[in-house]
Design a protein around this ligand. Structure first.
Ligand code: ADP
Length: 500
């Protein structure tokens, strides 16, 4: 993605949002956002520098005391208003998600709906945000915990859910009373600009949300490294996650990491095969495989292997690849050429180390030349190959034959990631055994590896993260500190562990 100079391009230009003002970077550097399906440039953005991030932190620090003092139910009302505005604008925002990120329109609208759902859910925390009360070991003494905001928090997000993921972070950070410096993905800044507009219209006070557009190595890195930012919420790749975690560690700064996945769907010999087929189609090829929860490994029991593979190949070859704004299309382009080349490199190694069953080519000619479109691809492979071990983030499925439940679980777990997992079986005992055995933050029974619901915690084990969870009740833990409070109303000095 090139950096353009403002004067040379007639385009919608967008500045950062700092202290309630839309401002350009002093650097006068720009970058563009484009439609992955057509190559059309959608807008150009001021490219944020470390200085811009520091200005954003100034604004967030200045806004923090008043926002912290605003009663949580009042903060929540602004989130509800934002949810209402997003509901009114759902069609427009959904189309923008498709246009800027490339997912098909039904999923673009789903991205927006997920954001609305989360705002509605998390607004309820404005009247909950529970602490604990507990008896004291001493008479006339009261013990409790209260939750307090962290201060200025930093949020850094990827491009694949350009509305939902920012809102997961933002909704939770705001209702709990933090002020925010936000660095969205450089591939989808326009979606973040629309989110910002929504919050502005909803009445969010100036300085509570500050958005700096730009790239990871300068703007993103400064958000993480600056000691005035008290916590980081990051979703992205595992290598970037390591850099972020290491940088934040210098200030002992809490970091929530949501990283990659290599998610297995197990199909047992007693599975409802129609259901399992629908599941793997959606799980593997929805969003062109560009979800951290995408099904990238199908662990297929040998008893159903041949029959299931035949049906799977027929169904995959019937998927329509094309412009995501066309409602008849099932699979859109991948985000950009760089990602496309990386996926094609995985496909090339798959062709060497495994058996290509279908797909395996970049689509070219006509409209396909405007973006990077890849055929939905299936490999039959042994466990342990590169394609079956590394996250591809594209429409590529590795199918591995298994002889037993035990072997399926062993292979499912023999991986560096642990985000999502799924098993199709009619045996209730086996289903619960899988809940116990699969090493992942999420397990679905008779459903694909994708499809998180916002009121449940989301996150993974192993290299998928650092143990935290987003969404659900866990969202509040991420953005609050617990203060333990003792109220002694005895009117004398009481000594814990010593008196009595
Ligand atoms: P993806 O592969 O999904 O693009 P990345 O991990 O590269 O994932 O990017 C996710 C987010 O992290 C983006 O907003 C990106 O700009 C940001 N980012 C990249 N490098 C850094 C870094 N060194 N420090 C902070 N943020 C970064």
């Amino acid at each position: 993605m090139g950096v353009a100079i403002r004067e040379t391009v007639e385009l919608q230009t967008c500045g950062h949002y700092i202290g309630g003002q839309w401002v350009y970077s002093a650097s006068d550097q720009w970058f563009q956002t484009a439609n992955p399906a057509t190559g059309e440039t959608l807008a150009q953005f001021s490219r944020g520098t470390e200085d811009d991030v520091r200005r954003a932190i100034d604004a967030a620090e200045a806004a923090f005391p008043a926002w912290k003092r605003t009663p949580a139910p009042k903060r929540a009302l602004i989130l509800l208003k934002a949810a209402m505005i997003m509901t009114e604008r759902k069609d427009e925002l959904g189309a923008l998600v498709s246009a800027e990120m490339g997912k098909v329109i039904a999923e673009g609208r789903g991205d927006v709906q997920e954001a609305i759902d989360f705002l509605e859910y998390i607004a309820g925390e404005g009247r909950r945000m529970y602490g604990e009360t507990t008896p004291s070991e001493l008479p006339d003494k009261f013990c409790m915990t209260v939750r307090q905001p962290l201060g200025v928090v930093g949020c850094i997000t990827p491009w694949n859910f350009p509305i939902a993921i920012p809102i997961w972070k933002l909704g939770a950070a705001l209702v709990t009373g933090n002020t925010v410096v936000f660095k969205p993905a450089e591939q989808t800044p326009l979606c973040m600009a629309k989110i910002t507009e929504v919050f502005e219209e909803a009445g969010l006070p100036a300085g509570v949300l500050n958005v700096v557009y730009g790239f990871g190595e300068d703007a993103g890195a400064e958000v993480v490294a600056n000691p005035r930012v008290k916590a980081i919420s990051f979703t992205g790749g595992v290598e970037t996650g390591r850099i972020v975690y290491t940088s934040a560690a210098k200030h002992l700064k809490p970091v929530e990491l949501e990283l990659g996945g290599k998610n297995p769907q197990i199909v047992m010999d007693d599975a409802n095969l129609d259901l399992a087929l629908d599941g793997v189609l959606f799980g593997a090829f929805g969003t062109a495989g560009q979800r951290c929860t995408a099904t990238s490994r199908l662990l297929l029991h040998e008893a159903v292997y041949d029959a299931f593979m035949d049906r799977l190949v027929t169904a995959v070859e019937a998927l329509r690849v094309g412009n995501p704004l066309d409602p008849g299309v099932d699979v859109g382009p991948v985000i950009n050429d760089e990602a496309g080349e990386r996926i094609m490199d995985f496909i090339a190694s798959g062709k060497r180390e495994a058996t290509l069953i279908t797909g395996g080519e970049r689509l070219t000619g006509g409209d396909y030349d405007q973006g990077f479109y890849i055929q939905p691809t299936i490999f039959a492979t042994e466990h342990g190959t590169r394609i079956s071990q590394q996250e591809i983030f594209g429409p590529v499925l590795s199918v591995i034959k298994v002889r037993s439940y035990e072997e399926a679980v062993a292979i499912a777990n023999d991986i560096e990631y642990g985000l999502s997992s799924s098993i199709y079986t009619k045996d209730v005992n086996r289903a619960f055994q899988a809940v116990q055995d699969l090493e992942a933050g999420i397990t679905y029974i008779n459903a694909p590896t994708i499809g998180a619901e916002v009121h449940l915690p989301f996150g993974g084990t192993k290299n998928t993260g650092n143990g935290g969870r987003e969404a659900g009740s866990a969202a509040i833990d991420e953005f609050t500190e617990i203060k333990t409070v003792f109220v002694d109303y005895s009117n004398r000095l009481q000594k814990a562990q010593i008196d009595g």
